[in-house]
Design a protein around this ligand. Structure first.
Ligand SMILES: Nc1ncnc2c1ncn2[C@@H]1O[C@H](COP(=O)(O)OP(=O)(O)OP(=O)(O)O)[C@@H](O)[C@H]1O
Ligand SMILES: [Mg+2]
Length: 285
């Protein structure tokens, strides 16, 4: 990177990188990312969604998009990142993942770092980059979780989901020193159930983990969301007055208050440097 490029990057507005993970599958990560992205874009922010469910990506399906190319074409060198990007509702950028390409689900750290580097070097100015993780606590989930400035852990009020959310936070805090987690209960009856769930997991985390947890809000179980998924639309678009859409809007409102780092560390390069700092094996890229 020459000096001019360095200066250009420094002049760019800071990008906030937020990763959404859960441990357990099917608890609503992709819906959270899609609806949060659209809500943030509606209030004038420039947003990109990075489908980091690399082998089973489906945010494009959720949004009714039919991209011709995806991240696997970037990693194979056939396409540049810019050629793979598609526009979604409210003009959000979507970086689609492949589906059914098993090698993508098991990317080595080197390829993960290459990918993150490519995203970091994008010339598109962004206010928010939202990263939709795969289920589980495999290497890629940990990579994308710790490379973000803020991590949202989605969970439902079921023992397995609570256990997996806890396990994810345990691994990230003990192995990588992550301390701050935003929790987002989904498919709850009401905000009260969300708060109770948050209280339950906080009680255990306070005893056994050195972490600080924050409740971002909660999303109710909502037939309108199911209907939106079937219609391949985000619920904030198809039913903006529905309980889940209103809850997503409130979450977006909250997210907007999170501080965006200033200066070079607020650039997208943060994504890459954070990874390199915490995983020496990735430095070989
Ligand atoms: N608040 C909600 N109300 C009703 N149904 C919901 C809600 N949230 C999620 N669902 C249902 O759960 C399904 C799974 O949601 P989603 O794909 O967002 O989960 P995920 O965590 O991304 O899954 P995966 O781990 O497979 O990536 C949705 O298709 C929808 O049917
Ligand atoms: Mg998903």
């Amino acid at each position: 990177m020459d000096q001019a490029e360095g200066l250009r990057r420094m002049q760019r507005p800071a990008t906030k990188v937020i990763t959404v993970a859960s441990g357990k599958g099917g608890v609503g990560k992709t819906n959270v990312v899609a609806n949060l992205a659209i809500s943030l874009a509606r209030s004038g922010h420039r947003v990109m969604v990075f489908d980091a469910d690399l082998g089973l990506g489906n945010i494009d399906i959720l949004l009714g998009l039919t991209p011709r190319f995806n991240i696997s074409h970037v990693l194979s060198g056939e396409k540049s990142l810019e050629q793979v990007l598609v526009r979604g509702p409210q003009d959000i950028w979507v970086l689609p993942a492949s589906s059914g390409v098993s090698s993508m689900a098991a990317l080595d750290t080197r390829s993960q770092a290459r990918l993150i580097d490519a995203v970091s070097s994008l010339a598109i100015p962004l206010d928010y980059l939202l990263v939709d993780c795969a289920a589980g606590i495999a290497g890629d989930v940990l990579t994308f979780s710790r490379a973000a400035q803020d991590l949202v852990v989605v969970l439902s009020n079921e023992p397995a989901s609570v256990a997996d959310a806890y396990a994810l936070m345990k691994v990230l805090s003990r192995q990588y020193g992550l301390r701050r987690f935003h929790l987002l209960p989904n498919m709850v009856r009401d905000a009260r159930e969300g708060r109770a769930l948050f209280g339950k997991i906080t009680g255990v985390a306070d005893r056994y983990l050195d972490v600080s947890l924050d409740l971002v809000g909660s999303i109710p179980l909502d037939p309108a969301l199911r209907a939106a998924v079937r219609a391949q639309r985000a619920v904030v678009e198809s039913a903006p007055g529905s309980p889940s859409a209103l809850a997503f809007a409130a979450v977006a409102e909250r997210v907007r208050t999170w501080p965006v780092p200033k200066g070079p560390s607020g650039q997208l390069e943060f994504f890459m440097s954070q990874l390199l700092q915490t995983d020496p094996s990735a430095a070989a890229v």
